[in-house]
Write a protein that binds this ligand. Structure first.
Ligand SMILES: [Zn+2]
Length: 170
């Protein structure tokens, strides 16, 4: 059964609200999602997050082409939202690094923090799926799951996901 792009946007928005609340991010941050063309993002990126230093305001730039269902599974899309939100947990660390590091040292820092954030996002989702973590308000999660169940899942080869699958034991 085909889901419309508008429904997928709502699903993504509900992940943002549920995870943002659960992680305590939405108490401190205003986070909005903008659906943008792939050209505005780094190659193969599902989403990227930006925030101006010292302001608790962030924008997730979400790759519009990922709204079409044959590109990414719902699991991959949810994971990318959790990943982007986890960036905000370390926003101060990132801002400090950006202030004092540059060139290859900053690039190396960036790669390492991306890996750490991927691991964190996977663990959070696994905990949720294992039922060890209850969301305070999980009505929209239930709704999303229903939506997700309706769709045919076709696997894709998103770069982030490949990286994640190769992580040992996480
Ligand atoms: Zn990232």
């Amino acid at each position: 059964m085909k889901r419309s792009q508008e429904e997928t946007k709502l699903l993504i928005q509900s992940w943002l609200e549920d995870w943002g609340t659960f992680l305590g991010i939405l108490n401190q941050w205003t986070v909005t999602i903008e659906f943008v063309s792939a050209k505005k993002l780094q190659k193969d990126s599902v989403a990227e997050i930006d925030w101006p230093p010292n302001y608790r305001k962030a924008i997730i730039h979400f790759n519009k082409s990922c709204l079409s269902q044959h590109w990414h599974t719902d699991e991959e899309l949810e994971q990318s939202i959790v990943h982007e939100l986890c960036h905000l947990l370390f926003a101060d660390l990132w801002d400090t690094a950006r202030k004092y590091l540059d060139g290859p040292i900053f690039d190396e820092f960036k790669n390492e923090i991306e890996k750490a954030i991927d691991i964190q996002a996977i663990i959070l989702i696994r905990m949720r799926d294992a039922g060890q973590n209850k969301f305070k308000s999980n009505s929209s999660i239930r709704k999303s799951k229903k939506l997700a169940a309706k769709k045919e899942i076709i696997s894709t080869n998103g770069i982030q996901i490949k990286l994640i699958e190769n992580l040992p034991g996480v």
